[in-house]
Design a protein around this ligand. Structure first.
Ligand SMILES: N=CN[C@@H](CCC(=O)O)C(=O)O
Ligand SMILES: [Mn+2]
Ligand SMILES: [Mn+2]
Length: 316
């Protein structure tokens, strides 16, 4: 079992406001055997995928930075959140680290929890997926990748640009359906070869420029239709889908990107299906952050993922 470093979970204590004035650092517990069902945070502290992909390294510090930014956020959940600690990749053995991540994911499922993985570069996803498929082996899985990039590269060995091609290869070997929807694709950031591969794999996708608020209804209807065909959804959020102005803390910041409100609406639609079994949030690189804003936004999206459905209150 991994060992969480609970010293990151610190923050403000609002004693005067009573027992409901809680923040995450007061509620997140280390994962323990026999803990009641909840969400398990698993970090993947790995730079190797981005390094192999020729990107800007630093994503190994993403999991800790996201936890620190989550720590002071207000707690509004009913069900628990646990910290399982980080899978580390300090020796360049990325494939070994991905197997260890898969084991941590599987263990979380076996114990009755829902894993939420914090990357790491997008090579995180290949570990997440192996863990998911080792537990839900009979399930028809739909993959929704919110990303500026297809990450269907053919490179060997794998890197942060190959995880969904690795999943597609695995599905082909196992004679399984590869259900892949990519949301936020930037045409200038993906070569014709990648579009052709996505076509050949019968993937569906929406471009960054299509994910504008006034066009979202038809996109979200398509997300729902995709979900109708599957038993279980895996949501992978690559933070470089956001505009680089609000998310500079990634290896490849987006010149255009998809607005935060559209990403939140996608998250809401995915959660609403009731079929979301696992998610990962990847590519945060605190080295390139500006005033901590990208890290705060990453934490806010994680928070949103675990706090959907909070209504407004109209005046009476
Ligand atoms: N995680 C994936 N990253 C992109 C990187 C693109 C870039 O560095 O410009 C990819 O491989 O396509
Ligand atoms: Mn990606
Ligand atoms: Mn990307």
């Amino acid at each position: 079992m991994l060992e969480p470093d609970m010293s990151v979970w610190t923050g403000r204590v609002d004693t005067a406001d009573g027992p409901t004035a809680l923040r995450w650092h007061q509620m997140v517990k280390p994962l323990a055997p026999d803990a009641p069902p909840g969400v398990v945070l698993i970090g993947f502290a790995c730079d190797e995928g981005v390094r192999r992909n020729g990107g800007r390294v630093g994503a190994k510090d993403g999991p800790r930075a996201i936890r620190k930014a989550l720590a002071n956020l207000a707690w509004h959940r009913q069900l628990p959140v646990y910290d399982a600690g980080d899978v580390r990749c300090d020796d360049g053995d990325m494939e070994g680290a991905q197997v260890r991540l898969a084991e941590a994911v599987r263990n979380a499922f076996v114990a009755g929890h829902r894993p939420l993985v914090l990357g790491g570069g997008h090579e995180t996803a290949w570990g997440t997926y192996q863990g998911l498929m080792s537990f839900w082996s009979g399930a028809n899985v739909g993959i929704i990748n919110v990303d500026a990039h297809f990450d269907l590269r053919d490179d060997e060995p794998g890197n942060s640009g190959t995880p969904f091609r690795q999943m597609a290869d695995w599905c082909q070997i196992c004679d399984r359906w590869f259900g892949y929807m990519a949301l936020g694709i930037s045409v200038p950031s993906n070569t014709r070869a990648l579009f052709d591969r996505a076509c050949a794999l019968e993937a569906c996708w929406y471009l960054d420029q299509s994910l504008v608020p006034w066009n979202l209804d038809r996109v979200l209807a398509d997300v729902k239709a995709f979900a109708d065909h599957v038993d279980c959804l895996y949501l992978s959020i690559d933070l470089d889908v956001l505009p680089g102005t609000v998310m500079p803390a990634v290896s490849a910041p987006a010149a255009r990107g998809v607005a935060v409100e559209s990403v939140e609406a996608i998250i809401d639609a995915v959660v609403d299906t009731g079929k979301l079994f696992i998610a990962d949030v990847v590519e945060l690189n605190p080295l390139y952050d500006i005033n901590g804003q990208g890290t705060r936004l990453a934490a806010r999206l994680v928070w949103h993922l675990l706090n959907t459905g909070k209504p407004d209150r109209k005046q009476p």
